[in-house]
Write a protein that binds this ligand. Structure first.
Ligand code: FES
Length: 165
C-alpha cells in the first residue's frame, strides 16, 4: 500500500484532536489502518514531541499497529471462559480458512486474524469480534458462514469498483 499525503493527514489529525498524542495517533491509524513509518517524524516535529516518545506511545499500546492490517480485523477470544467452550478450535479453523496464523494478515490484505485474552463478555462466549462488532455463542459453523459473508461483501465491492473504472 502506498503511503500518500502524510503531511496533510497528520495536519488534519492534529487540528481535529489538538496537541494530544494518543487521539492524534488513533486518528492517523484509522486513516491508514496502521501507523506507517512515514508519519513518525512528521508527528514528532509538528507536535513538538521527541521522536522516541512518539514511538514509545505507539509501541506501548496494543491497539496501535506498526504493520499494515487487513480491511477486516477478526479477533478471537482465547480467555479461559471462551477457551473451554471451543474458542481455540474456532481460532484454528478461521486460521486454516484464511491460510494465516493468528497475528498475520492475508496476502490480499483483506483479513487480519488476532487473538485476545478476554473481550469482557465471557457469559456469551465463545466470542469473536469482527471490526469491533461482537458475535457471541460462536461455533465453527457460524464463524465460517460469517467469514463467507465478509468474503462475499468484499467480492461485491471489488466488482463495484471495477465496474466504475
Ligand atoms: S474469556 Fe472470552 S470474553 Fe472473557
Amino acid at each position: 500500500m502506498e503511503i500518500t499525503n502524510v503531511a496533510e493527514v497528520v495536519d488534519e489529525c492534529i487540528q481535529k484532536n489538538g496537541n494530544t498524542l494518543i487521539p492524534v495517533l488513533q486518528d492517523i491509524q484509522s486513516h491508514y489502518n496502521y501507523l506507517p513509518e512515514e508519519i513518525f517524524d512528521e508527528v514528532s516535529q509538528k507536535m513538538n514531541i521527541p521522536l522516541i516518545d512518539v514511538y514509545g506511545v505507539a509501541t506501548f499500546y496494543k491497539s496501535f499497529s506498526l504493520t499494515p492490517k487487513g480491511k477486516h480485523i477478526i479477533t478471537v477470544c482465547m480467555g479461559t471462559a471462551c477457551h473451554v467452550r471451543g474458542g481455540q478450535r474456532i481460532a484454528e479453523r478461521i486460521a486454516r480458512e484464511l491460510e494465516i496464523e493468528p497475528g498475520e494478515t492475508t496476502s490480499d490484505m483483506n483479513f487480519t486474524l488476532e487473538t485476545v485474552n478476554c473481550l469482557g463478555c465471557c457469559a456469551i462466549g465463545p466470542i469473536i469480534m469482527i471490526d469491533g462488532e461482537y458475535y457471541g455463542q460462536m461455533t465453527i459453523q457460524k464463524a465460517i458462514s460469517l467469514l463467507n459473508e465478509y468474503k462475499a461483501k468484499l467480492k461485491e465491492e471489488e466488482a463495484d469498483d471495477s465496474s466504475k473504472s
